[in-house]
Design a protein around this ligand. Sequence first.
Ligand SMILES: Cc1cc2nc3c(=O)[nH]c(=O)nc-3n(C[C@H](O)[C@H](O)[C@H](O)COP(=O)(O)OP(=O)(O)OC[C@H]3O[C@@H](n4cnc5c(N)ncnc54)[C@H](O)[C@@H]3O)c2cc1C
Length: 417
Amino acid sequence: MKTILILGAGTAGTAIAHKLRRRLSNEWDVAVVDPSSTHLYQPGLLFLPFGDETEERILRERGSTLGKGITWHQRTVHAIDAERRRVEVVEGEPLSYDFLIIASGTEVRPDMIDGMLGDGWRKSVFDFYTLEGAKALQKALANFEGGRLVLNIVEMPIKCPVAPLEFAFLADWYLTKRGIRDKTELVYATPLDGAFTKPLASKTLGYLLENKGIQVETEFMTGEVDSEKNVIRSYDEREVPYDLLVTIPPHMGAGFLEDSDLADELAFVATDPHTLAAKNAERVFVIGDATDLPSSKAGSVAHFQADLMTENILRAIDDKELEPSFDGHSNCFVETGHGKAMLIDFNYETEPLPGQFPIPGIGPLPLLKECRRNHWAKRLFRLVYWHALLPARPIPISPTMSLAGKQLSAAAELGGE
Ligand SMILES: Cc1cc2nc3c(=O)[nH]c(=O)nc-3n(C[C@H](O)[C@H](O)[C@H](O)COP(=O)(O)OP(=O)(O)OC[C@H]3O[C@@H](n4cnc5c(N)ncnc54)[C@H](O)[C@@H]3O)c2cc1C
């Protein structure tokens, strides 16, 4: 029996395990390694703090998300020994492999910032990128009676780079609904020089922040959380006071990749941007948030990569050259509050542009434009995730970005790239 070992059974690991299981004969063991007994639908964490999502709907037993013929080792990876083609685990004997896929995602690391885990942690300083954080924030927001609510991205890269913006838009909606918007100053402190990384989307999203009266503090490199004075302080000594701080702490790759030859100083694995092979080891591939690639750390990206990586693994098994097929394609709904959302579609080369998705000229979803249809598509996406994306059922969306129906002139007209 030969083995494909997949480290991590989150969004990326589960999807590629199903795709490979379908394509490989029973000579192959398709195995995932993951210590956690539950699978979390992370996009739901955005709505949980506002009481608009429930824990039951976004958590599933991991066993129920893994189909027949997939082996699950409920173990914690300790180290990869690429020379001997084996993986050391905390709980027992090492696991051998013929091919390895690293799908271990990211860890949210509040411990990396001075003072973040100080006296204010989960009292006046919260995160929503973890289930515990989102639940604690739900209580804090319900008790919030106005003041300065500061949203702070500490540094890039982070998962779903639009989620903090979405949080700010939803906070505007939530506070309006509670009748305390006029008693609240909403502040968005970001290390970027605008609302988002891509110029055209940044401009559009920047207008939305302005229209909703959300103050933006750009190029703010957070160095410290001072929970005695209730301020965040940047490296260049700027201070932003808060009554309630919602922070996106630094992100790093999984602990077992820290100090590994395979990874960079943030423990993200050095990955070929187009073939998705690990740069520093043979027979190793990398998928999802674990890579060091400039594509978004997003579930959509993980799914597009899973499609293309499946073909490359089959090629590697047949000793054929890998296809440089991944183009950085990312596709993301941006909730803008008050029952509306936007949709953006982009890749390494092309920034989000106006147009229609998925059928050029027809849609039904408009790109880079707020509307209710996009909001409902975003809310219903949880069902698509559980029933189609995780079990890797075919969906009619290309893993590479299509330019058909997109207004290429828009970038030039609006001063984008
Ligand atoms: C608030 C929020 C909103 C988001 N919204 C969106 C959205 O709207 N659209 C979108 O596309 N994406 C969104 N994302 C991002 C998306 O959830 C992630 O990009 C996606 O889950 C990445 O998949 P992954 O498999 O790489 O990592 P994960 O799904 O995080 O899985 C990693 C797995 O590795 C396992 N693991 C870690 N360490 C070890 C170890 N030592 N041994 C074994 N296993 C290990 C973990 O237990 C976990 O199961 C959002 C994320 C957040 C936090």
